[in-house]
Design a protein around this ligand. Structure first.
Ligand code: PEP
Ligand code: MG
Length: 539
C-alpha cells in the first residue's frame, strides 16, 4: 500500500482501478526496410482488424446516445475496406518502404483526393481520416492507446494531465475518478470532475512512477489522497466512510429541488456551469435553476472541423428546451488560452492567456462568430436564452459584438426565422479593466457574470494552470473582492444584476462572502449545488 498526496479538487471518495492514460506521439520515418512483404502484410491485416474492432466499439457505444455521430464511425469502417486504399499501400510496400510509412503516405494521398472533391460532406470525412490513421498506426507500432471513450467498469483515470480534447469523448458511465500529475484547482480535470460529480486529485508528484494500469486505487478527493493497492483494513474503512457520505448527499439533493433564500428573504439564483447537452441531466438532478455558464467551446474540441450552424443550434436548443422557463446563459466561444483548437490554424502566440482569445478572436474571425450567434438566436425561440461575451476588456468590444449580433438578427428577420427579439446580452467580468470600469460598461449590457478564475489570474498576474504559482491563486483576497464589489454595485445602480460563474461561486467558504457583497446569482458545477443552497439558507 502506498499513499500519494496531491491537491484535492473535487470531493468525495471512490474506489476503483487505475487506467493509466499515456499520450505518446506516433513517429513515422520514411525509411525503407528489409522486412519481407508477406510479414508486413500480415501485420497490416492484424492491425486493420484491431482498428476496425475499436471503431465498432465506439460505434456501438454512440449508437444508443448519439445515433447521428455513430453513423460517422460506420463510414470509417467502410473507408478501411476501400480497395483503392489497400492498392496504394501495396504500391508503397512494393517499393520497399516500411509498413508505417506506407500506410501513412497512402492515407495522406487518399485524404488529399477527398479534400479536393467539391462536396462538403466528403471534405469533412477527409479530416476524419487523420483519426483513423492515428489509430491504425498505433496498432501497427504497438503504441497502446487507452481509449477514454470506452473504459472498463470502475475506472479511475490516471494521467500526466488531461486536456479538454482528451476527455471530450470520455466514457462518463464507467469513470469513477481522476488523478493527474499536473494541474491545479481550475484545471480542466478539476472542472470536469466537478461536472461529473466524481472525486479528483491533481498535482500528484511522480504519479506515473507510482501507479500502473490495473492497480486498485482509493481516491479521496476531499483530503487529496490517493491510496494505491490499499490493505484490507484501509479499504473497509473507506467503504463505510463512502456509504455514510453517499447517504448525506442523498438528503441534500432532495432539499436542492427548492429555491434558496437567505434568512433576510433574498433569493440567490443557483444555476449550473455546463459544457455540453450531456451535462443537463446531472444539472437538473442536482437542483440547478437554469444555466449560468454554457461553455460552448467544448463543442469545438476533439474534432477536425468546427461544428456547423445546425449542429450548434441543436446543441443550444436542447439545453434551452430542457431548462425552459429557466434561463440558459450561452457564452460565446472562449477559444485560446488553455483551450487551443488546432484546425483553426491560429497563429502561435508567446503568451496565449494574454493573446487573441475569446471575444478578441471572435471579432477577428467574423464568420465563425456570426455562425455561432445565428445558432444561439435560433435556439432562443425554444426557451429562455441569454447571450454572454467572454473576456471583455473595453466597451468597444461590446459595441462591435452587439453590432454583429444586430446584423445577424436582421438576416434572420429577413428570412422570417424566429428568435427571441428581447434576448438579453451580458458580459463576463474577468479582466480587471472591466471590473474597474463596470459603471461605464453596465450601460451596454443587461447583466454581468464574474469569472473569478480569470479575474484572479489577471489580478495577480499568475497563470491559473501553473501549479508552481498556486500560492497566488487568491480569489478571496481583498484585491479580487474589491473588483467584485465594484462590479456588483455598478449593476445594482442601474437596476441590473451580477452573477459569479468562476469556481469561487461553488466554494463553501466563498458563498457567504459573495452573498454579503450583493451577488444575485451563483453558477457552479452541478455537484456543488446542493451544499451551496444549504449554505445560502443559513445566511
Ligand atoms: C472564469 O474565468 O472564471 C470562467 C468562468 O471562465 P473559464 O473558466 O471558462 O475561463
Ligand atoms: Mg474565463
Amino acid at each position: 500500500m502506498k499513499i500519494l498526496i496531491g491537491v484535492p479538487v473535487s470531493k468525495g471518495i471512490s474506489i476503483g482501478f487505475a487506467r493509466v492514460y499515456v499520450k505518446e506521439k506516433v513517429k513515422v520515418t520514411d525509411a525503407k526496410d528489409s522486412v519481407p512483404i508477406s510479414e508486413k502484410k500480415e501485420l497490416l491485416a492484424k492491425s486493420l482488424k484491431k482498428t476496425k474492432e475499436e471503431i465498432k466499439l465506439t460505434y456501438e457505444n454512440l449508437k444508443k446516445t448519439n445515433p447521428k455521430e455513430a453513423e460517422i464511425f460506420e463510414a470509417h469502417l467502410l473507408i478501411l475496406e476501400d480497395p483503392a486504399l489497400s492498392e496504394k499501400i501495396d504500391e508503397y510496400l512494393n517499393k520497399g518502404y516500411n509498413l508505417a510509412y506506407s500506410v501513412k503516405a497512402s492515407f495522406e494521398e487518399f485524404i488529399e483526393t477527398l479534400k479536393n472533391l467539391q462536396n462538403e460532406y466528403m471534405k469533412e470525412r477527409a479530416n476524419d481520416l487523420y483519426d483513423i490513421l492515428d489509430s491504425l498506426l498505433r496498432n501497427i507500432l504497438h503504441i497502446e492507446k487507452i481509449n477514454l471513450s470506452s473504459l472498463p467498469k470502475d475506472s479511475i483515470v490516471v494521467a500526466e494531465d488531461l486536456t479538454p480534447s482528451d476527455t471530450a469523448a470520455l466514457d462518463r458511465n464507467n469513470v469513477l475518478g481522476f488523478v493527474t500529475e499536473k494541474g491545479g484547482p481550475t484545471s480542466h480535470t478539476a472542472i470536469l470532475a466537478e461536472a461529473l460529480n466524481i472525486p479528483a486529485v491533481v498535482g500528484v508528484n511522480n504519479l506515473l512512477q507510482n501507479i500502473k494500469n490495473g492497480d486498485e486505487l482509493i481516491v479521496d478527493g476531499t483530503k487529496g489522497e490517493v491510496i494505491v493497492n490499499p490493505d484490507n483494513e484501509t479499504k473497509e474503512r473507506y467503504v463505510s466512510l463512502k456509504k455514510e457520505k453517499d447517504e448525506q448527499e442523498k438528503l441534500l439533493k432532495e432539499k436542492a429541488k427548492e429555491f434558496a433564500y437567505t434568512k433576510s428573504g433574498k433569493r440567490i439564483e443557483v444555476v449550473a456551469n455546463i459544457g455540453s447537452p450531456k451535462d443537463v441531466d446531472k444539472a437538473l438532478e442536482m437542483g440547478a435553476e437554469g444555466v449560468g455558464l454554457y461553455r460552448t467551446e467544448f463543442l469545438f474540441l476533439d474534432r477536425t472541423v468546427p461544428p456547423g450552424e445546425d449542429e450548434q443550434f441543436e446543441a443550444y436548443k436542447v439545453v434551452a428546451e430542457r431548462f425552459k422557463p429557466h434561463p440558459v446563459i450561452i457564452r460565446t466561444l472562449d477559444i485560446g488560452g488553455d483551450k487551443q483548437i488546432p484546425y483553426l490554424n491560429l497563429e502561435h502566440e508567446l503568451n496565449p492567456f494574454l493573446g487573441v482569445r475569446a471575444i478578441r478572436l471572435c471579432l477577428k474571425e467574423k464568420e465563425l462568430f456570426k455562425t455561432q450567434l445565428r445558432a444561439i438566436l435560433r435556439a432562443s425561440a425554444y426557451g429562455n436564452v441569454l447571450i454572454m461575451y467572454p473576456m471583455i476588456a473595453i466597451k468597444d468590444e461590446i459595441i462591435e459584438a452587439n453590432n454583429m449580433l444586430n446584423e445577424v438578427k436582421e438576416e434572420l428577420r429577413m428570412k422570417k426565422i424566429q428568435f427571441d427579439e428581447n434576448i438579453k446580452v451580458g458580459i463576463m467580468v474577468e479582466i480587471p479593466s472591466a471590473a474597474l470600469n463596470a459603471d461605464e460598461l453596465i450601460d451596454y449590457v443587461d447583466f454581468f457574470s464574474i469569472g473569478t478564475n480569470d479575474l484572479t489570474q489577471y489580478t495577480f498576474a499568475a497563470d491559473r494552470t501553473n501549479e508552481g504559482l498556486s500560492y497566488l491563486y487568491r480569489p478571496l483576497d481583498a484585491p479580487v473582492l474589491k473588483l467584485i464589489k465594484l462590479t456588483v454595485d455598478a449593476s445594482h445602480s442601474r437596476g441590473k444584476w451580477t452573477g459569479v460563474c468562476g469556481e469561487l461561486a461553488g466554494d463553501p467558504d466563498a458563498i457567504p462572502v459573495l452573498v454579503d457583497l450583493g451577488v444575485d446569482e451563483l453558477s457552479m458545477s452541478p455537484s456543488k449545488i446542493p451544499e451551496a443552497k444549504e449554505i445560502i439558507r443559513s445566511l
